[in-house]
Write a protein that binds this ligand. Structure first.
Ligand code: ZN
Length: 194
């Protein structure tokens, strides 16, 4: 029977299963939350478990949200931290922001005015991937193009290779060919923002 969760009016569907003996589980199905419980549960038990599972899902969501920079302010703070940790604080962007009009680049930078933009498509990716793209663009403020000196800076970020692999996987799956990420005309590099 569908019931509404008081907190955010989410629809909750409870499914009883005769095969289930002890375990309760819950998952999202679009806007709904489906809670699976053993058939033998009483109405009181059902209520208690549904409330408990909704709390757990909510906690999981907020843990996930916390791992990601949501706003431009978060992003700028993250960039500052990453610059300090891996680039000796030398990269000091004038602005860092999320953009939605960037389909063929994960990130981009304009060294002339020290601005960095990140594609909103990264928002759903793991935090280490977002951090990698930030470090990549920050490093372009120090070294234009994708030469050895550039990668020396980027590799200081420990998850750089892992993140590049992740993005390559996404690009391959989507059949994407990415554009150059750095606007600097002297860069002369052909490799995209990986
Ligand atoms: Zn680049």
């Amino acid at each position: 029977m569908p019931v509404m969760d008081g907190a955010d009016r989410r629809e909750v569907v409870v499914r009883r299963s005769a095969r289930r003996r002890q375990t309760v589980s819950a998952y999202r199905d679009g806007d709904r939350v489906v809670v699976l419980i053993p058939a033998r549960f009483s109405a009181t038990e059902e209520q208690r478990w549904v409330a408990d599972m909704l709390r757990r899902l909510e906690a999981q969501d907020s843990r996930r949200r916390r791992g990601r920079p949501g706003t431009d302010v978060d992003l700028a703070a993250r960039a500052t931290r990453l610059s300090e940790s891996y680039l000796e604080g030398r990269a000091r962007p004038a602005s860092v922001r999320w953009v939605t009009n960037q389909q063929r680049r994960w990130g981009s930078c304009t060294p002339r005015d020290s601005t960095i933009r990140l594609s909103g498509r990264l928002r759903d990716m793991p935090p280490y991937v977002v951090d990698y793209v930030l470090v990549h663009e920050l490093a372009h403020l120090l070294v234009p193009g994708h030469g050895e000196q550039f990668w020396e800076w980027v590799r200081r970020y420990p998850s750089a290779e892992r993140a590049r692999g992740y993005l390559e996987g996404v690009e391959a799956a989507a059949g994407l060919a990415l554009d150059e990420d750095c606007d600097d005309p002297v860069a002369g590099a052909v490799e995209a923002a990986r």
